[in-house]
Design a binder for this molecule. Sequence first.
Ligand SMILES: Cc1cc2nc3c(=O)[nH]c(=O)nc-3n(C[C@H](O)[C@H](O)[C@H](O)COP(=O)(O)O)c2cc1C
Length: 214
Amino acid sequence: MRHRFATVFVLLGVALGVGAAAAQELPPVSLPAPQTEGGKPLMQALRLRATARAFAPDPLPPQTLANLLWAAWGINRPQEGKRTAPSTRNWQEIDVVVLNATGAYLYDAAGNALKPLAVGDHRALAGTQDFVKDAPVTLVLVADTARMQGGPDTQAYAYADAAFVSQNVYLFCASEGLATGVRASVDRPALARALKLRESQLVVFAQSVGFPRK
Ligand SMILES: Cc1cc2nc3c(=O)[nH]c(=O)nc-3n(C[C@H](O)[C@H](O)[C@H](O)COP(=O)(O)O)c2cc1C
């Protein structure tokens, strides 16, 4: 029962983008089951896909966050453990890190949960442009090269695989009326330090998601 209260509290914290930042420890977050039906027809979403650079501060509701993450890099064929985006040789080396006002979390697609990485608001580190701090959620697409086979094309494959995840986010946002924009302009060393990434992990892109600023 106590666990359920803690989960509700943390979900509220994520929804409000406040609360747990002051806590020493960042608890894991259980996400609502993703809704995998509905949305705009693909051709309409393609007509609406665009990069936004102005975001309202309103937080994303937990259900929207769960749907967004599933669209980005969720498991769509559970029997095979395969995903909504392709990856080179099915390496599945991309990790989606969620930054909000509370902390940094690793998206656990199999567990439909957010695993804590670092407490505090790290969004401003995920870009060099002013609007970056405004979006309620920043996704950081991180490639773990330890899951790849190596060779001269490793980085190119990591960038390609992250780009598919990014496009899924673009199309989900177009479908839902959300604002999003991918970025290569990221202070990668500072962000890697803040997220306590391993040597093998490469920050590829950051992508803000939120409601459009009116
Ligand atoms: C790999 C990549 C990196 C990008 N990096 C940035 C960035 O750092 N900052 C930014 O404002 N936009 C960035 N963009 C967005 C592009 O500027 C944008 O896609 C382009 O201007 C076309 O606009 P559209 O996406 O609305 O069609 C990036 C796009 C891609 C594909």
